[in-house]
Ligand binder design. Structure first.
Ligand code: NAD
Length: 278
């Protein structure tokens, strides 16, 4: 353990999820006081209890990141109960099956009436995925970055994706939204550069979690054709484990180690983004 994180306040959204619960635990092990924000209190409470049982400091808060009023209420609670926010990890995000096409390519042959093609995607489903992944970062940053103003060593970390570089098939809304997350990370980094708030992102490659399970695994647990393609396109030939994000998270949030790093998007992808497939 380094002493850098001792008693610093880390706010993690989507902290009941697979990747961000692991990041929250890593920060708590380093001595940070962690505020776990999630849509469902029971999910974040479970993670908080696990951290507390390990001797760490964590508090769970029900918070839909798209509800600006609730974010403001929770920010006041965090400040009163743990102290002002030093680090914000914007982890809430994900795709939804309703914003996913059934096939990778459009062909001319006759379609089933219920087939989910680009032409039948419901615009409100697209809008909802966009909103979660983009506004779901913007709103908590508006609220929690206020607590960082005038203080030293504060940082924001967003979660982008491989989709941000080149869109993956089937998930146009999620891909577009994650491209926007990388872009917004750069915008925020410039905007906050004069007041010492660093803003970076990580772009995880492929991690098998709840939000992408339906795309990666058949009901019987066998890999889908998509999983086979992902592994063939990942030079390390495996999915990442959530713990493999922790090094980058702890590095990018640390203003002693990453003092001159702002506006970057760091791929953590087993070589996926470096590989042309040939
Ligand atoms: P996950 O579904 O396990 O976690 C996401 C969490 O966000 C869930 O707990 C969910 O309840 C919460 N959430 C959703 N909507 C919310 C809202 N409106 N308000 C508050 N919380 C909300 O997924 P994960 O794979 O751990 O994803 C974490 C982040 O990493 C997401 O931004 C995701 O897009 C990104 N990501 C994941 C992968 C991957 O391979 N799993 C790859 C790249 C990026």
């Amino acid at each position: 353990m380094c002493m850098y994180y001792k008693d610093k306040v880390a706010v993690v959204t989507g902290a009941g999820g697979v990747l961000c619960s692991v990041m929250a635990k890593a920060l708590a092990r380093e001595g940070a006081k962690v505020a776990l924000l999630g849509r469902t209190l029971a999910h974040v409470q479970k993670v908080a209890d696990e951290i507390t049982a390990e001797g760490g400091c964590a508090k769970a808060y029900q918070c839909d990141v798209l509800n600006a009023d609730r974010c403001k209420e929770v920010a006041q609670l965090v400040q009163a109960e743990l102290g002002p926010c030093d680090f914000l990890i914007n982890g809430a995000g994900g795709n939804h099956p309703s914003a996913t096409t059934e096939h990778e390519y459009f062909h001319m042959e006759e379609k089933r009436a219920d087939e989910k093609s680009f032409f039948t995607l419901d615009p409100s489903a697209i809008s909802s995925v966009f909103s979660l992944n983009y506004m779901g970062i913007l709103i908590p940053t508006q609220v929690f970055a206020k607590q960082m103003l005038g203080r030293e060593g504060c940082a924001v970390l967003n979660i982008s994706s491989m989709n941000a570089y080149t869109p993956l098939t089937k998930i146009p809304a999620y891909s577009g939204a994650k491209a926007a997350v990388s872009n917004f990370t750069q915008w925020l980094a410039v905007y906050f550069s004069k007041v010492g708030i660093r803003v970076n992102a990580i772009a995880p490659g492929f991690f098998s979690t709840k939000q992408n399970a339906a795309l990666l695994w058949n009901a019987d647990g066998t890999p889908t054709a998509r999983t086979e393609k992902i592994l063939a396109a990942t030079p390390m030939e495996r999915f990442g484990t959530p713990e493999e994000l922790n090094g980058a998270v702890l590095f990018l949030l640390n203003s002693e180690k990453a003092s001159f790093i702002t506006g970057t998007v760091l791929p953590i992808d087993g070589g996926f983004s470096a590989y042309s497939g040939v």
